[in-house]
Design a protein around this ligand. Structure first.
Ligand SMILES: Cc1ncc(COP(=O)(O)O)c(C=O)c1O
Length: 481
């Protein structure tokens, strides 16, 4: 291993305030990396017992790597934390994996094997879950504009729950259930007025957004649901946002939903309450999300207190985390193509260009999301330099990691690893600039398994009706990067 870089490298004035100069720019901070990530004795990054070098040699770059044991461990850990805390207060909890974060048939199977239900948000996600052989009764179906065809298919297949998002959907779901002679269990998505973002939450009376209905309209819609023999009302559903670090927003949302829940109990059974997902993860060393076990305990205590204050029985409570399960399990490997020092007001930022970008990780461009990075193929004792990792797309906002300290000798040919890319990266990927989507590879116990192959030039041309004879193209089954 390399010796640590010289102590006391001064902070670069271009660095954001939250970014500290690391004592060792090769170190893998456990808060950011999957449980199976470590440096080999020669300094290479290894995940799940598979080295970065063997992954890139076999699958090329970029490649999404998922640490299977880490993903399964988080799924099981979150499920058991919620089950234990809600059992402690005298009720039950159920965890659905939010498939929108990252869904493939194999990932769906991991989640089902770890005892989770799966939440799908489109006919396509439903098809993936079914192709994985998941029991439809263990699925929930969400969305503000589920088509009549999607609803019909979901009901026909015996989906566990449908989350009704508007008055129009009450009749659509009832009609589908009648067509198929079924009784469909439904939840009602409501706007609690609570918005949570990372550390703080904001509570308003109304939300100006497309999901759900205002809490004050819930009683009328629930009456409409109850008027249909083909519908069985389970309870209210709320989701207050994503990448949330504390329990306060969930507690406030639970309080608001339970006030209406208590009202609804006067007209019939309300056996459940769904508080959605949104639990945050660390993307940089400056992030400190509350451990899930603590969140689960605090949320359970709030639900217990709110129910007791209203004199109502405890409902069964469900949750739908996506990011907190799959986000930290994913690492994207890229190859460095060029580096370029850019001088700004007397300081220098090193631009490091990799062979992917906003097509495989849209989150920095979409939300200004921060990430971290490490050189994966070696360690070095070069002093840390402030870098911005950028992609190869024709957008100046094509940023992969806005600010990070890497060893200053990072160079073309190095493999760069970006952790915490398991959630909403592959799911939001695109073919911008005709880059094929990278492959997804699971690693476990020294074995790498291809979950989804990368897109080839042939894939990119397959739907273009004017492509004609593409056989002259020399690399149809590969990609050119
Ligand atoms: C209704 C609903 N449930 C669950 C989730 C999952 O959120 P997260 O991945 O942040 O846990 C989302 C994300 O947008 C959502 O809209």
């Amino acid at each position: 291993m390399a010796t640590p870089p010289p102590a006391g490298t001064p902070a670069n004035p271009l660095a954001p305030g939250w970014l500290q100069v690391p004592a060792d720019a090769n170190a893998l901070d456990p808060i950011l990396w999957p449980a199976g990530a470590r440096r080999t004795p020669s300094g290479e990054l290894e995940i799940g017992g598979v080295t970065a070098g063997s992954l890139t040699a076999r699958f090329g770059t970029p490649v999404y790597v998922v640490d299977e044991a880490d993903a399964r461990g988080r799924a099981a850990g979150i499920r058991s934390a919620f089950e234990a805390e809600f059992s402690r207060i005298g009720t039950t909890a159920r965890v659905y994996y939010a498939g929108k974060a990252f869904l493939s048939t194999q990932i769906a199977r991991w989640m089902a094997e770890e005892g989770l239900g799966i939440d799908v948000a489109s006919g396509g996600e439903l098809a993936v879950a079914l192709a994985a052989g998941i029991d439809p009764a263990k699925l929930g179906f969400h969305g503000n504009n589920k088509s009549v065809a999607e609803i019909d298919e979901a009901v026909r297949l015996g989906i566990g729950t449908i989350v009704i998002d508007s008055a129009i959907e009450v009749d659509r779901v009832a009609a589908a259930a009648n067509r198929h002679g079924m009784v469909q269990a439904v939840r009602l998505r409501v706007n609690s007025g609570v918005h949570a973002h990372t550390h703080d939450y904001l509570a308003t009376a109304h939300e100006d957004q497309k999901f759900g209905i205002a809490l004050e309209d819930a009683p009328a819609l629930v009456a409409a649901i109850r008027s249909h023999d083909a519908l069985r009302f389970l309870g209210l559903h709320g989701h207050i946002g994503s990448q949330i670090f504390g329990a306060d927003g969930f507690a406030e949302a639970a309080a608001r939903l339970l006030t209406v829940h208590a009202q609804l109990l006067e007209g019939g059974p309300v056996p459940e309450l769904n508080l959605g997902g949104g639990f945050g993860i660390a993307y940089t060393a400056a992030d400190s999300p509350t451990p899930i076990a603590e969140l689960a305990a605090q949320i359970a205590d709030s639900v217990a207190a709110e129910c007791s204050a209203r004199g109502i029985p405890l409902p069964a409570v469900s949750f739908e985390p996506g990011r907190a399960i799959i986000g930290p399990a994913g690492v994207t490997l890229y190859q460095v193509g060029t580096t370029k020092p850019v001088a700004i007001s007397g300081a220098t930022r090193l631009y490091v260009s990799v062979d992917g970008g906003m097509s495989d990780n849209a989150r920095p461009a979409l939300y200004g999301a921060d990430y971290s990075a490490r050189v994966a193929n070696r360690v070095t004792d070069a002093a840390p330099a402030l870098v911005r990792v950028v992609g190869k797309h024709c957008e100046s906002g094509d940023i992969v990691v806005d600010a990070e300290y890497l060893p200053g000798d990072v160079k073309p040919g190095d493999v760069l690893a970006v952790p915490a890319t398991g959630a909403y990266c592959w799911a939001l990927s695109s073919n911008y600039n005709y880059l094929g989507r990278p492959p997804v590879v699971a690693v476990k116990d020294g074995e790498a398994t291809l979950l989804v192959r990368g897109e080839t030039i042939a894939d990119l041309l397959a739907r273009d009706t004017g492509a004609g004879d593409i056989e002259h193209h020399g690399n149809l089954n590969g990609s050119i990067r």
